[in-house]
Write a protein that binds this ligand. Structure first.
Ligand SMILES: Nc1ncnc2c1ncn2[C@@H]1O[C@H](COP(=O)(O)OP(=O)(O)OP(=O)(O)O)[C@@H](O)[C@H]1O
Ligand SMILES: [Mg+2]
Length: 262
C-alpha cells in the first residue's frame, strides 16, 4: 500500500520516536501510543488519505501534520493521549451542555476533546467564521482544511511582518466577534498564536477548549480573550480605536440559554 511509504511511517520507523531501552518496540511512548497509531491508520483508510507529510507543529498536547487527499492538502491534528491534562481540560467540558451526558475517564477525555474541536469548527464554518473547515474526526485524530500554501503553512499572527500585522489583527477581531455573536461560542484561548494569516484573512484555530456562552466561566473567558488581544495590539502599536469588540463585552445577556437553540 502506497500509504505505508508515507513520511509518517518513515518518521516512526526511523527510530526517532522509538524507546531507547527497547529498540524492537514500535510504539512511541513519547509521541504516539499504540492506540493512536491504530487511529491514524483507520483515518487513513476511512478518509482515503494518500500521504501524511511533515509535521507542521509539534506541541506539548498535539502534533499537526500536513497530509494529502486526492492531491489536496489537509491538516491532521493528533492529540497526545498522555499529556492532555485531565483537570485542566475537564473544566471546559463539564460546563458545556453539549457534553453533559458524557462520562469522562482518562481514556475517553481526549476523544471528547477532539470531537469538541470538530463540533466547534463545524458551528463556526456554518455561520461564516473563517476557520479550517472540518473534514472528520476519529478518536483523537482530527482532519481539517489546511491553511497555507504547498510550500509552507500560514504564519501565526505573532509572526506576520510588521507592515501587515494591523490588518490581520483587525481581521482576526472581526472573526472573533462573529464567533461570539453568531455561534455563541467563546474561544477561551485566543491569542496571537491561535490565529493564522492567509491571503489577507485571519483564520481562528485551536478551538478544542471553546465553550458556549452558557458555560459558567464563559464571560471570564471572553474577557481574557479580548485582554490577550489588546495586550498584543499595544505591543505592536496597533490603534485601539478601530478594534471591533463583541457586543457581549459591554452587555452580557441576562439569559444566555435563551439565545442558544438546541
Ligand atoms: N488547519 C491548519 N492548517 C495549517 N496549519 C495549522 C492548522 N492547524 C494548526 N496548524 C499549525 O499547528 C499549530 C498548532 O495547532 P493548534 O494551535 O491547533 O494546536 P495546539 O493545541 O496549540 O498545540 P500545542 O499547544 O500542543 O502546541 C498552529 O499554531 C499552526 O501553526
Ligand atoms: Mg495553539
Amino acid at each position: 500500500m502506497e500509504n505505508d511509504k508515507s513520511a509518517l511511517k518513515q518518521l516512526l520507523e526511523s527510530g526517532e520516536f522509538r524507546r531507547g531501552d527497547d529498540p524492537g518496540r514500535k510504539t512511541v511512548d513519547k509521541v504516539f501510543d499504540a492506540r493512536t497509531l491504530d487511529a491514524i491508520y483507520e483515518v487513513m483508510k476511512r478518509f482515503r488519505v494518500d500521504i501524511i507529510d511533515y509535521p507542521v507543529s509539534t506541541g506539548k498536547e498535539s502534533v499537526v501534520f500536513r497530509a494529502v487527499i486526492k492531491k489536496k492538502s489537509i491538516a491532521i491534528k493528533i492529540y497526545k493521549m498522555s499529556t492532555l491534562g485531565f483537570n485542566s481540560v475537564r473544566e471546559y467540558i463539564e460546563g458545556d451542555y453539549r457534553f453533559e451526558k458524557e462520562k469522562l475517564s482518562r481514556n475517553s477525555l481526549v476523544y471528547v476533546w477532539a470531537r469538541k474541536e470538530f463540533i466547534n469548527l463545524k458551528n463556526m464554518e456554518e455561520r461564516g467564521v473563517k476557520c479550517p473547515v472540518p473534514i472528520g474526526v476519529h478518536k483523537n485524530v482530527l482532519l481539517m482544511q489546511y491553511i497555507g500554501t504547498t510550500l509552507k503553512p500560514s504564519p501565526q499572527l505573532r509572526n506576520v511582518g510588521h507592515e501587515l500585522v494591523a490588518n490581520y489583527f483587525f481581521s482576526a477581531m472581526k472573526q472573533y466577534k462573529k464567533m461570539v455573536e453568531k455561534c455563541y461560542l467563546i474561544h477561551a484561548d485566543l491569542s496571537e498564536y491561535n490565529i493564522l494569516c492567509y491571503r489577507n484573512n485571519s483564520y481562528i484555530i485551536d478551538v478544542g477548549q471553546s465553550v458556549p456562552i452558557t458555560h459558567p466561566m464563559a464571560r471570564d473567558f471572553m474577557k481574557r480573550d479580548i485582554n490577550n488581544m489588546i495586550v498584543f495590539a499595544k505591543k505592536m502599536g496597533i490603534s485601539q480605536s478601530e478594534i471591533e469588540i463583541p457586543e457581549f463585552y459591554y452587555n452580557w445577556p441576562d439569559e444566555p440559554k435563551k439565545l442558544i437553540r438546541k
